[in-house]
Design a protein around this ligand. Structure first.
Ligand code: ZN
Ligand code: ZN
Length: 358
C-alpha cells in the first residue's frame, strides 16, 4: 500500500475526517516533497498540497499523489489553507499536535473560521514505523556506507590520533561516498567513553583506551545508526569482561527481537544479561529505537515501552555499559524485522578489536 492509502486506512480506523500534515518529516514521507513549507490536507477521498510561491515549481516536480496549489504574498498562508480545506468540504481538521507550537496554534486558530481544528497524536510517525521495500533499500544503503566507514577508520586508530581526527575522517569518508552525515558523530575515548553521548574532543587516543564511535550515514533521507567500541594498543581483563558482557547482551537481544515480541521484554532481557555480571546498573539508557527518516524515529526499546515489534520495522539494538573513571562500551546494530526473524543490516565485526592490528 502506498503512503496515502496507509494514512487513509489509519484515519478511518481512528475516526479522523480530515488531517493537515505539516511536520516536514511526515510531509516528505507522505508526498516526496523536500522543501521546508508544505501542508497536505487529506480526507477520505480527496487531498491537496498547499505550499508557497518559493516551492511552486519544486512541489510540482516532486509530488505526484495529490494536486499542488500555492499562494504568494500578500495572501495569508493560514487563510489560504483554511479555504482549501473548506473547498474539500472539511468540517473538522486534525492537526499534528506534536509538531505544532503553541504560538502557531494561537495564531492560526482564528484564521480557520468555518473549520474546527482538532489536535491529533502523531499517527504518521506510528505508520512510518513499518517500512516499504523502497525505504528498506535506502536504509540498507545507509548501513552499507556506515560499515565501509568503520572498516576505513579501523586503519587509522592508534595512539596519538585525536578523537576529533577520528570523527572528521569518519564523516569525510561517508560524505565522499555520496551520503550525508545522519547526526553529529560521537567519538569518545578512555575515561571520556563513559559519556554515552559525548562530543569528540582534542584528546589523543592512548594505549588502554576504549574508543566508542557512534555514527551513521543518510541516503535519500534515510538513516543508519551504528556504534562500535575498540581498544587501543592493549586490553586488560576488565576490558574483556565489560566488552564481552555488552556483546552478550547485544547478541541476546538480537536473538529475542522478532515480530510479536514486546519491546519492553527485549529491553529487559538485555538488562538481565548485564545483571549477571553486575553491570546492569551502568546501563542507563534504552536498548534501542526505531530508525528511518529520523535517527530516533518512532518506537522505543525501553522498560516502559508500549511498542509491539512488527514485520517491516527497523530497530537499533544498542546496549551499553558506562563506568565513570574507567570507560564505556556500546555496540549498536540496525535490524529489520522480517516474516521469518530478523535481518541485521549493519555487518561490521563485533568481537573486541585491539588496534592498531599487530
Ligand atoms: Zn547510535
Ligand atoms: Zn541509536
Amino acid at each position: 500500500m502506498d503512503s496515502l492509502s496507509r494514512l487513509r486506512a489509519r484515519m478511518s480506523q481512528d475516526g479522523i475526517e480530515a488531517i493537515m500534515v505539516s511536520d516536514p518529516v511526515n510531509v516528505g514521507w507522505l508526498t516526496g516533497f523536500t522543501g521546508t513549507f508544505g501542508r497536505a490536507i487529506v480526507t477520505g477521498n480527496a487531498a491537496v498540497f498547499v505550499t508557497d510561491s518559493r516551492y511552486t515549481i519544486q512541489a510540482g516536480e516532486e509530488i505526484s499523489n495529490m494536486p499542488v496549489v500555492s499562494f504568494a504574498s500578500p495572501v495569508d498562508g493560514d487563510e489560504f489553507v483554511a479555504k482549501k480545506a473548506q473547498e474539500l468540504g472539511v468540517k473538522s481538521l486534525g492537526f499534528e499536535a506534536a509538531s505544532t507550537t503553541y504560538l502557531t496554534w494561537e495564531k492560526s486558530i482564528p484564521k480557520f473560521s468555518g473549520v474546527q481544528l482538532i489536535p491529533i497524536n502523531d499517527i504518521l510517525s506510528d505508520i512510518r514505523m513499518v517500512k516499504s521495500d523502497d525505504e528498506i533499500t535506502k536504509i540498507r544503503a545507509a548501513c552499507g556506507i556506515a560499515d565501509a566507514a568503520f572498516e576505513h577508520i579501523t586503519r587509522m586508530i592508534q595512539p596519538g590520533v585525536t578523537e576529533m581526527d577520528v570523527c572528521l575522517d569518519l564523516e569525510f569518508f561517508m560524505r565522499r561516498q555520496g551520503a550525508e552525515v545522519a547526526f553529529p558523530s560521537i567519538v569518545v575515548s578512555g575515561n571520556r567513553s563513559a559519556r554515552p553521548h559525548g562530543k569528540p574532543s582534542e584528546k589523543k587516543l592512548e594505549v588502554g583506551d576504549f574508543v566508542t564511535m557512534d555514527f551513521g550515514a543518510r541516503v535519500d533521507g534515510y538513516n543508519s545508526d551504528m556504534t562500535r567500541t575498540v581498544v587501543v594498543g592493549a586490553a586488560t581483563d576488565r576490558h574483556h569482561e565489560v566488552y564481552n558482557a555488552v556483546l552478550e547482551a547485544q547478541l541476546g537481544a538480537l536473538g529475542a527481537i522478532r515480530a510479536g515480541a514486546l519491546a519492553k521484554d527485549v529491553d529487559t532481557l538485555a538488562r538481565e544479561i548485564l545483571g549477571k555480571y553486575d553491570l546492569a546498573k551502568y546501563f542507563g539508557h534504552g536498548l534501542g529505537h526505531g530508525l528511518g527518516r529520523v535517527v530516533h524515529d518512532g518506537g522505543r526499546l525501553s522498560p516502559s515501552s508500549p511498542n509491539v515489534i512488527e514485520v517491516g520495522q527497523i530497530w537499533t539494538i544498542e546496549p551499553g555499559v558506562y563506568i565513570e573513571g574507567f570507560g564505556g562500551v556500546r555496540i549498536e546494530d540496525d535490524v529489520l524485522i522480517t516474516e521469518t526473524g530478523i535481518e541485521i543490516l549493519t555487518h561490521s565485526p563485533k568481537e573486541m578489536m585491539i588496534l592498531p592490528k599487530a
